[in-house]
Design a protein around this ligand. Sequence first.
Ligand SMILES: [Zn+2]
Length: 237
Amino acid sequence: MSGHGSAALREAVWVANQAIVRAGLVTLSFGNASGVDRDGGVMLIKPSGVAYVDLRPEDLVAVDLDTGESVADSLRPSSDTPTHLALYRAYAEVGGIVHTHSRAATSWAQACRPIPPFGTTHADHFHGSVPVTRQLSDQEVGGDYEAATGAVIVEALTTTGLGPLEMPAVLVASHGPFTWGPDPEAAADNAIALETVAAMAIETLALDPSAKPVAQSLLDRHYRRKHGATAYYGQRR
Ligand SMILES: [Zn+2]
């Protein structure tokens, strides 16, 4: 086992777990946030079935990024741990992951429909339609289910042709959203943004069932204001 993760990462993962609760994205104990320490080869993730109000930074479980084994005498890690590991292994630029069953985003996942970019709020965070995975096969559900969930997320993202930081969210069909970012805070922000655009997209279609996505030029303009070499939104760091 390579380590327990840095204190800074432990704090960041704890803060991300609290942020998704504060934002109203968590019902009961559904959902989890994690973060990765690439140098230490370790992921920190919420323990399984622990109520968020009782969660302390020291409760977060350190899991070896390569072997998937957790530190001896820790709590059991979230049952979604193999999904998080699959994403960290697939994408070196991902530093934090959040999974919720937030209401609007999960509704799109249950309808197995990608979320179209109806406006600039969407474009600020997601550079196109938020994709939805294919259904898992009976064999995948009966086998290494959580790892297969990670694999279909990678599959869905690959289909978009976008990188993980250009499209930091995928809806798992009949399940719910996974979001990520360069660190746990960004992953939580993207979960909050996703829930907002998912709810707005439902309302947009309620008002106008034939509503069309924004023009590609507007999508690109808003995305690039905030992301990449030419970003100019906010203050210089
Ligand atoms: Zn779930």
